[in-house]
Design a protein around this ligand. Structure first.
Ligand code: DHB
Ligand code: FE
Length: 266
């Protein structure tokens, strides 16, 4: 028995596809090129690569769906931390770490070492949240996520940290760099056809979960990064732009990045 939601989505999708074909007088050859693009995306995709998602992302679809799904009450005096797209590079079961640990192996002498710290709080009461898990991942200075790069150890630049009673977290990472989404497949072909660049501004990804609170998927963006106003996948939100501050007195870090996360209850 078809679910009403599946019926609604499918019917609407077909209507829009037909409108699209009529509106543009789509030819058989053009339609077949689209089919081949989808097939190629499928053939390229595996555990390490989600080409279908990349194609959606350069069309701004994941970003739009994120906005629709997590729309916030616009009249709230204060708001929980905004969400942002997951992107294709999250991996489950990143290493469990202790506060003050580093997620960096190698790449640690380039002047971009960063101490990130802050508190996870309830956005309404401001109280610290105990037992919040912060799952973090970012690119290496060579612009590659660990699973794209045979030269990085497994699970490099990823970690999960659990807050104690004070809700605080801190760890060492790197100041990330702008980075091209993989453009050797269909997503790249589309970008090229539109004279668009494949770059994302420097960003760090997070998933925050805590007992009793709505999980959030988000990213933060380096204010001074190239492409901050021209993200290839349209994920930047003003409230997620952060400042890396030059940091003295810690031999393990060149920058400090204070950032608090605010969660909402269910
Ligand atoms: C996408 C997201 C990322 O965070 C990234 O590093 C590359 C691509 C994406 O949405 O396609
Ligand atoms: Fe990313």
């Amino acid at each position: 028995k078809a679910s009403p939601r599946v019926r609604q989505l499918t019917t609407s999708l077909i209507r829009h596809l037909h409108d699209f074909a009529r509106e543009n007088e789509l030819t058989v050859d053009e339609w077949m090129a689209g089919v081949e693009l989808m097939n190629e995306a499928g053939r390229m995709s595996d555990d390490r690569r989600n080409e279908g998602q990349l194609v959606c992302d350069i069309f701004g679809l994941e970003s739009l769906v994120d906005e629709i799904t997590y729309k916030l009450a616009s009249d709230a005096a204060d708001e929980p931390t905004a969400t942002a797209i997951l992107g294709p590079f999250w991996r489950k079961e990143a290493p469990l770490k202790s506060m003050g640990d580093t997620i960096v192996s190698g790449f640690d002498d380039k002047g971009d070492r960063t101490w990130m710290h802050g508190t996870v709080t309830d956005f309404l009461t401001g109280k610290p949240i105990e037992g919040a898990v912060l799952d973090v991942w970012h690119t290496a200075p060579n612009g590659l996520y660990e699973q794209q790069d045979p030269d990085q150890p497994d699970m490099n630049l990823r970690g999960r940290f659990t807050t104690g009673k004070d809700g605080k977290y801190n760890f060492y990472c790197l100041r990330p760099v702008p980075y091209p989404i993989p453009y050797d497949g269909p997503a790249g072909k589309i970008l090229q056809a539109l004279d668009r660049h494949p770059y994302r501004p420097a960003h760090i990804h997070f998933i925050l979960t805590a007992p009793g609170y709505k999980p959030i998927i988000t990213q933060i963006f380096d204010r001074n990064s190239k492409y901050i106003e021209d993200d290839a996948v349209f994920a930047v939100k003003d409230s997620l732009i952060v400042d890396f501050k030059p940091f003295q007195g810690d031999p393990k870090a060149d920058f400090e990045l204070p950032y608090d996360f605010k969660l909402a209850t269910f």
